[in-house]
Design a protein around this ligand. Structure first.
Ligand SMILES: Nc1ncnc2c1ncn2[C@@H]1O[C@H](COP(=O)(O)OP(=O)(O)OP(=O)(O)O)[C@@H](O)[C@H]1O
Ligand SMILES: [Mg+2]
Length: 563
């Protein structure tokens, strides 16, 4: 008896079950010839029954599938009589792929000879899709955790660097604000003082004119009062200069001519123990500045240099055309426009200054000299004059080595004079091609800036804070193409010693030196040989790119080492 509900019977015939099972059924001969297939499989593949029956099972496989079938599938089947859950892509009607999981079992006769293969096929379309998504998700998760690991490793370092950068910027701002405040204060006082001095000087002159010829003592007293008043007037002048309130008389200036004309005055000021050398650039641009104040500034620098070399030494005055780029001026506290400048640099081989001193030298009345020896207004004048002229001053100094002070004044371009300068090669910056550079620099911030810049340019960069660490790296890394070192290094070995030793170990290694001193000062002070590769600080992105590329590409190595 059969139970019926509505039209259909609840009892399915074996035939119905076979044809419409939720999986595909195939029967083949041992050689793969298909002798039977159920409706489910025909529907999935899109074939009519007579299209499939008589075909080979292998014909439904891709080439890869067929190879796998021959090399793995058949031997396995032969050995154990069945194979489970093998993934294949079958080709349906019109080449439409059908991902399936295949189970096969062999029906054998009583002697064990295979008669028929019974094959079930499970539709794996959804499963394949799911597996693909799972794979992508896992790859993404792995990438994310890798990235996280990397971030964590550098986090501490990056935080430290960011904090240091922020503190540096705040410090620069504080310094600028302090100078501004002191400037306003001293400017106000100096201005009033000037008025008072005018009255004092005027009245002393009146007294001098009116005093009887024979009043010797009184005349001397008046003369001495006048001298004091004149000194006070000079000081007031320098205070006004610092506060940028002095009246300037800017005129087109040829700095070479100005320095040349000062040489006699400078020689007398410096005395016999200090050698003066002027290195004046050919084709120097003109600048617009008050020539008297520029002379004053150079003189103040020369006097400071002399005082820093009590046992004699060398003073180098250099001029050059210079370019301050966006990146350089962006790092400054004062608003300096990027562009072309005329550089006047004064270098000495004196005592140098420590960091604390360097931070305060521009402040008026800051002096380390004995009472009565210095007023602490020399560099204040330099600073005030240069800033009032829209220029820029920069100090480099190393204790025991010497000091370079660089004054940058804006280039004067006359209205009828076309800009003959080819614009700096910022757009087409020359790049690295994965060459390895070892950067040696004891100033942490600067080392960071340099290594980052070089990496950005496409170089692989190693870094060391001193000569000894650098030599260790040279030993371990034969792939280094260029040694880029500061001339003055803390900790025993200076840049030149380092280069000599590195070249002894790696003949032919290329070397590029850098320092805040001007190259002439450094060469002539005997710290470097003439003709070595050199780039002066501050260097711009474009300068560094061009110089490094040039040195690496040049056939010649750095300074020859004496074997
Ligand atoms: N070339 C230098 N080498 C070493 N230290 C220097 C140099 N130039 C300036 N200094 C330091 O900076 C301080 C300030 O210099 P600044 O010229 O403003 O004043 P001063 O030389 O002390 O006095 P003044 O110039 O008014 O006679 C100096 O006292 C000195 O410590
Ligand atoms: Mg001075």
């Amino acid at each position: 008896m059969s139970v019926t509900i509505g039209q259909g019977s609840l009892i399915e015939t074996a035939e119905e079950l076979y044809e419409n099972a939720p999986c595909g059924y195939l029967s083949t001969l041992p050689d793969g010839t298909i002798i039977r297939a159920n409706q489910t499989l025909l529907t999935w593949l899109g074939f009519a029954r007579q299209e499939l029956v008589g075909k080979n099972f292998q014909d439904l496989l891709s080439i890869g599938g067929r190879i796998y079938y021959d090399t793995h599938f058949t031997p396995l089947l032969h050995m154990q009589g069945f194979v489970n859950e093998i993934a294949f892509d079958l080709a349906g009607a019109g080449g439409r792929p059908l991902p399936v999981l295949v189970n096969i079992s062999q029906k054998r006769d009583e002697t064990g000879r295979p008669l028929v293969h019974r094959i079930t096929l499970f539709n794996a379309t959804d499963r394949r899709q799911y597996e693909r998504e799972l794979l992508i998700a896992r790859r993404k998760a792995e990438e994310a955790s890798e990235e996280l690991k990397r971030l964590n490793e550098t986090l501490e370092q990056r935080v430290a660097f960011e904090v240091a950068e922020r503190m540096k910027a705040e410090e620069a701002l504080r310094q600028a604000q302090k100078m501004e405040a002191i400037g306003q204060l001293t400017g106000g006082i100096a201005h009033d003082f000037n008025n008072l001095l005018t009255i004092i000087v005027g009245n002393i002159e009146l007294l001098q004119r009116r005093l009887p010829e024979d009043a010797g003592r009184l005349r001397r007293a008046a003369e001495s009062a006048m001298q004091g008043a004149r000194r006070a007037a000079t000081l007031t002048q320098r205070l006004l200069a610092f506060s940028r309130r002095q009246p300037l008389d800017p005129r087109p200036v040829d700095a070479n001519k100005l320095v040349a004309e000062m040489s006699e005055l400078l020689r007398r000021t410096l005395g016999e123990t200090v050698v003066l050398e002027a290195v004046l650039a050919g084709g120097l641009w003109r600048t617009q500045a008050d020539p008297n104040q520029l002379e004053n500034a150079i003189l103040n620098l020369a006097v400071n240099a002399r005082d820093a070399m009590p046992d004699g030494g060398k003073l180098t005055i250099e001029t050059a055309n210079a370019r301050l780029d966006e990146a350089y001026v962006a790092a400054l506290a004062e608003p300096i426009p990027p562009g072309q400048y005329v550089l006047v640099a004064v270098s000495d081989t004196g005592t140098g200054m420590d960091k604390a001193t360097m931070e305060r030298v521009f402040e008026p009345f800051f002096t380390t000299k004995a009472a009565g020896k210095g007023t602490g207004l020399g560099l204040s004048q330099v600073y005030g004059f240069v800033r009032q002229s829209n220029g820029h001053v920069r100090i480099y100094s190393e204790v025991g080595e010497g000091t370079t002070i660089k004054i940058y004044l804006t280039r004067l371009i006359a209205a009828d004079q076309a800009d003959d300068e080819v614009p700096a090669a910022t757009a087409a910056t020359v790049r690295g091609e994965g060459e390895t550079i070892l950067v040696v620099e004891d100033e942490h911030e600067l080392r960071h800036y340099t290594t980052e810049t070089l990496r950005e340019l496409g170089y692989a960069v190693l870094e060391a804070p001193d000569g000894q660490a650098a030599l260790d790296i040279v030993n371990r890394h034969p792939e280094i193409d260029l040694l880029f070192t500061d001339v003055v290094l803390a900790g025993g070995l200076n840049g030149r010693d380092l280069a000599d030793e590195a070249l002894r170990r790696r003949p032919g290694l290329k070397v590029l030196f850098t320092t805040g001193y001007t190259s002439n000062a450094i060469v002539h002070h005997g710290r470097l040989d003439p003709g070595v590769n050199f780039i002066g600080k501050p260097f711009t992105f474009a300068d560094l790119a061009a110089k490094v590329r040039g040195v690496i590409d040049a056939g010649a190595a750095g300074p020859a080492s004496a074997p």
